[in-house]
Design a protein around this ligand. Sequence first.
Ligand SMILES: [Fe+2]
Ligand SMILES: [Fe+2]
Length: 317
Amino acid sequence: MDRLGDKFEGINHDHPFLPESFTLLYHTDFYGRLTAEQQLYYNQLCGAMTNELSMFLEQELINKVLIRLLHHPKIVAIEDFRVCLLNMIGDEKEHGGMFEKLNQLCFPELYQHSSFHFIRFGFRERLGFRLCLQFPAQLTFVIWLLLIIEEYSMTLSTAVLKDHGNGRLGPVDGLIRAIHEKHLQDEVGHVFIDIHLLRTFFETSAPWAKKVNLALLKAVFREMTTPKRANRQVIRQLVRVFPELKPMEEDMIRAMIGLKDDQVFQRDFFSRETLPRTFQLFDEYFEATDLIDTFPAIDQARPHASNPGKIVLADNY
Ligand SMILES: [Fe+2]
Ligand SMILES: [Fe+2]
């Protein structure tokens, strides 16, 4: 955040906060029925919600897994790698502060009392989370989740940086671009750390343990890719500000939830293009081929006949 400290001056509310294709409603017929002003506000709310999600996943999932693994003998044995994990934990803390500050700047009225406005987890979800994170060296599906989350966040940041405002809403705000640039720099290294963690813990586990973990990953991933409360809350907030949308509120929510079964949408979001390293690892681990059914982009996900070769760990992770 320090490197961006002097840039945290203001945000331009005339610009979108995300490329439009990264917002759910954009993929439904309802998006075209919104005015430009409504589309812009919806886009900005989605940006804030995405920041919340990043904060939550990086603090509550990624960092908790890493902190657990720091004491594992396989990590303790390689001091350089342990230092990498420590640096990554520091990076994620910094990102959390960055996204929190950004959201307060974007919507001070929504984040007056809490860092989370759209994202909330119930007791059952929190308990499940806590249990899974207790044993990441055995429940290695959480390490797969780390890779998927971080690779997807790289895809998002890359899209923000490549967005030159060809859409109806114009280019993404400059401060947000700078934040994604910083985030992308760090996440590239994190993805290689995730791959190394998979090599260390998943690759060396027993065949039955791999099967169990891939089954768990499949279940959790399907759950994660189903639009839920946070996305509904974004639409509710949109309607609160534009009450003329009230008559189509429930239809908009239904259309958005329906995206979970929309093959084209799912293929755009979870594919070899958006998660290249994850898919390469699916190919590499024969046991993971079952998992591709989780991704509707099955045609892209079929393992190649030839061995794709191992992803090599970067020297400077
Ligand atoms: Fe991050
Ligand atoms: Fe990260």
